[in-house]
Design a binder for this molecule. Sequence first.
Ligand code: W6P
Length: 371
Amino acid sequence: SFYDAKVINYATRPIRPVTLKELIRFGQPPLSEQSLTQCAHYARTELPVRLAMRVRAFQNLPFIVGTNPHIKDIYRLYFESFDSLEKYSDLPENDNGSDLEFAEKLKDLVERHADNIPTLARGFLECKKYMNTKDMTAFLDDMIHARIGIRLIAEQCISLIHASKNESEDQRRTSYIGIINTQLSPAKVIHHCADFVTELCEFNYGEAPEFIINGHVDTTFTYVPVHLEYMLTELLKNAARATVENAKKNKKPIPPVEVSISHGSRDIGIRVRDQGGGVKPNDLNHIFEYSYTTVKNEETEDSNIFSGITRLAMQSGVGGPIAGLGFGLPLARMYARYFGGSMTLLSLNGYGCDVFLKLKHIDESLGQLEI
Ligand code: W6P
């Protein structure tokens, strides 16, 4: 059809990777009309291509999988988003009269895609008998990776357009360039996440471990704060849950969770150390898999969510947009890897776990990082 041809036309264009350096350059204060126009132009031309590629990825799923209502919903959402942004892609580069309207459009898009991952998780859980684990994992890895890039481009553009429309003394003084913080303090983010997890944990279990934060607590680096918050919340939740459950099981007092920060020559390192009893060797290989991949027997969705390994990858018992679907840890590692970092878990079986989160100083390798 006419629409298929249009999608294919866009989906087969090469994506133009943007470096983080460039994302920062777009918004280097003082914000000039020209750099803003460049950012808006980049978003207007790049997002339809990336959205069209997502549409094609859905179209290439096995037919029966595409008929699942959850998956069909997300497919439609991508299709509609592509369709609504495509008309902006042909505007001349210096036509910035419609920037605010475009920013509103992007905001709407970002909001409408907010629940994609839990919805996809449910969809694939229902379809797992029609698709092999390898293909499903590849689809989800691809989808989630692309989603991170699409959201970064959209949110940077929204943020810069709004900043330019109400530029004040206040904004000129902050360390933010769009959604990027050039002076992000790991210690502060850890404190913030630890407070949140403590509350969650007390609500769930009636008690919570103490969080000890040490190492290079005064260091700062350039990073996307929401990414770091997501990863740390995920790690601290898992560490806290293992710690409390293990202490209860052994009728022992709850030991602290220790979070250490290092500022190395290439990486910012964060080690989360718990005494939660560790992970069984058999489960260790599955801890970063999407939950459904570890479910071997034909269980109902509910019993699957709350059984076995899924519990490890589960967010907390309450709230959280992806609670219970076992996407928390694979997603956290995806964020870590996005800018060249890593997330590794080591288990001292019977005692506890160390998780090493390493994030590249983007300041020092700005040129090579692509989104
Ligand atoms: C555990 C399992 C886990 C996952 C992620 C982070 C910490 C921990 N601790 O026992």
